[in-house]
Design a protein around this ligand. Structure first.
Ligand code: PEP
Length: 253
């Protein structure tokens, strides 16, 4: 059975104290994570240790970094290495978020290196892909996403690929309040799975969790996360509100 994941992406929001209060509020509300379900919190780097401590011993709840560098160590002032993340006991790393691609010029090639180094250090990548509005309007989103997968993931062995979580995030739906319809999400997720099946075989493709991201909130989570190829959500804005994120956790299949 594929993992179902509700992943919170706090981005560059909240103070340490606000972050602690948010985690306390979420943990204090009733939520039921089944064996195949996980809640993941991608918090800013300075809060990783706090989140690790707060979530220690909680079943099926994990901490993620929002990024990492592609080199092992060295003179890269301001960067954070996978070895550092591993030493904190971090489980997941979000890679290739569209904001990183847009504002920090992260290319498919750089992301391929980041995926590789994460896996070398037993960190599980949550690899983001997705098209901008102009590409969707030109109806060329499938080719666009296929290229992102090919250039950043297809150097992996089947065994390595199975450690990757994919997040499909149409850029026009991120932080805009505009969600892809559940039909659009399902269509792209099924396309991604077919692409993976072509490259790695259907049995492998069936094991890969593909999350949807783009204005997921309590009000639309059951509909979107209920689609057969949607295995959870990567959630920005709504993950900053305890009741919203708990409702999204509870909407996992
Ligand atoms: C995101 O940050 O990945 C995201 C999908 O944001 P939002 O839920 O706010 O659209």
């Amino acid at each position: 059975m594929r993992k179902q994941i509700a992943a919170a992406n706090w981005k560059m929001n909240l103070t340490l104290q606000q972050g602690e209060a948010l985690l306390d509020a979420i943990l204090s509300r009733p939520h039921s994570l089944k064996e195949n379900q996980q809640a993941v919190f991608a918090v800013p780097f300075p809060y990783l240790a706090m989140a690790q401590q707060k979530l220690a011993g909680k079943a099926n709840v994990f901490v993620a970094a929002q990024n990492c560098y592609s080199k092992k160590s060295g003179a890269y002032t301001g960067e954070v290495s996978v070895e550092m993340l591993q030493s904190l006991g971090i489980q997941y790393v979000v890679l290739g978020h569209s904001e990183r691609r847009e504002y920090f010029n992260e290319s498919n090639q750089l992301l391929a290196d980041k995926v590789t180094i994460c896996l070398a250090y037993q960190l599980l990548p949550i690899f983001c892909c997705g098209e901008p509005l102009a590409i969707r309007e030109a109806n060329t989103q499938n080719a666009y996403v296929a290229k992102q997968l090919e250039e950043s993931l297809y150097h992996l062995s089947a065994e390595q690929l199975q450690k990757v979580v994919i997040a499909y995030e149409p850029i026009w739906a991120i932080g805009t309040g505009k969600t892809a319809s559940s039909g659009q999400a399902q269509e792209m997720h099924a396309f991604i799975r077919r692409q993976l099946a072509e490259k790695y075989g259907a049995a492998i493709a069936d094991t890969i969790s593909i999350l949807y991201g783009g204005s997921v909130k309590a009000a639309n989570a059951v509909e979107i996360l209920g689609q057969p190829d949607v295995d959870g959500g990567l959630v920005g804005g709504a993950s900053l509100i305890a009741d919203e994120f708990v409702a999204i956790i509870n909407a996992l299949k």
